[in-house]
Design a protein around this ligand. Structure first.
Ligand code: CP
Ligand code: NVA
Length: 333
């Protein structure tokens, strides 16, 4: 169904195709746990380009590839010629002759699109400034596991409504007919053109997309409360002050979460600023005097939090994307 296709953004896929990837993820997860996983990528070679750092995405691609019999080459930030001495077009032409599939994490979406255009092998977006589509598959698999459906799920996303997670979740939610709200100050609402696309898709799929700066109204009766970092990779540290000033009001904490449904799920793509045990969080605390950011430690560690299920599902869903686009034949569902 998806053989030879790249996975660059959710907008390129129909709801049926995305549903297929979720079904395949579920099957691959069950087969791995039962010890009955079939290898569909024996002997394939995969390049993993990371122009930004990563824990989950890199490890998900590596473990997913190894489980399926493929080999990987990790090309980390600033170790290759990419960008500095060689264009993405030339890089694509070279790597396309060596590898059967290429993952790319980095900056502008146009870079991953160029890689796909010129490499003639499937290219997978492991995060760009604009989109993080594989994360959405993991998040939606997690919701399916916990809630049994995506359609009609009331989903509140709080914080930076312009970043790659907000944009990707909004498009994914629209495709699956969810009731999705961005809860943020107005200047952090998504890009107008993308919002219009999402509104149209939601209408076609019987869902709803809305935007509000009312944090309590936005979270009211939510099934899912999702947040992400206030400053994304690649952004200047100079923006911290403004983000803290504008987004602190939208922190997911025990007071706010009382307005969600009793059985709400707290979700976050990770890494999260929920305590002070990291170098960057300590620097932020020293400079701005705040101890917790987008989510409190209490909510992060609560029984409603499914953040580590999401993290595990990165591997099963990324494996599904590779198997669907690069595997030998169709994986038996
Ligand atoms: N969620 C996510 O993409 O994590 P990494 O940055 O660790 O890959
Ligand atoms: N918005 C975050 C997501 C990290 C997985 C970032 O781009 O840094």
């Amino acid at each position: 169904m998806l053989k030879g296709k790249s996975f660059l953004k959710l907008l390129d896929f129909t709801t049926e195709e995305l549903q297929y990837l979720l079904d395949l993820s579920k099957k691959l997860k069950a087969d791995k746990k039962n010890g009955t996983e079939k290898k569909m990528m024996s002997g394939k070679n995969i390049a993993l380009i990371f122009e930004k750092t990563s824990t989950r995405t890199r490890c998900a691609f590596e473990v997913g590839a190894y489980d399926q019999g493929a080999n990987v080459t990790y090309i980390g930030p600033s170790v290759s010629q990419i960008g500095d001495k060689e264009s993405m077009e030339d890089t694509a032409k070279v790597l396309g002759r060596f590898y059967d599939g290429i993952e790319y994490r980095g900056y502008g979406q146009e870079l991953v699109e160029t890689l796909a255009e010129h490499s003639s092998v499937p290219v997978w977006n492991g995060l760009t400034t604009e989109f993080h589509p594989t994360q959405v598959l993991a998040d939606f698999l997690t919701i399916l596991e916990k809630k049994g459906t995506l359609k009609g799920i009331k989903f509140a996303y709080l914080g930076d409504g312009k970043n790659n997670m907000a944009s990707s979740l909004m498009i994914g939610a629209a495709k699956f007919g969810m009731d999705f709200t961005i809860v943020a100050p107005k200047e952090y609402f998504p890009d107008k053109e993308l919002a219009e696309t999402a509104l149209k898709l939601a209408e076609e799929n019987g869902g709803r997309i809305s935007f509000t700066d009312d944090r309590i109204g936005g979270v009211k009766d939510a099934d899912i409360v999702y947040t992400d970092v206030w400053v994304s990779m690649g952004e200047s540290y100079d923006v911290w002050e403004e983000r803290i000033d504008r987004l602190s009001y939208y922190q997911v904490n025990s007071e706010l979460i009382k307005h969600a449904k009793d059985d709400y799920l707290f979700m976050h793509c990770l890494p999260a600023f929920h305590d002070l045990n990291t170098k960057v969080a300590k620097e932020i605390e020293k400079k701005y005097g705040i101890k917790e950011m987008e989510v409190t430690d209490e909510v992060f560690r609560s029984k409603n939090s499914v953040v580590f299920d999401e993290a595990e599902n990165r591997m099963h869903t990324i494996k599904a994307v590779m198997v669907a686009t690069l595997g030998d034949g169709e994986y038996p569902l």
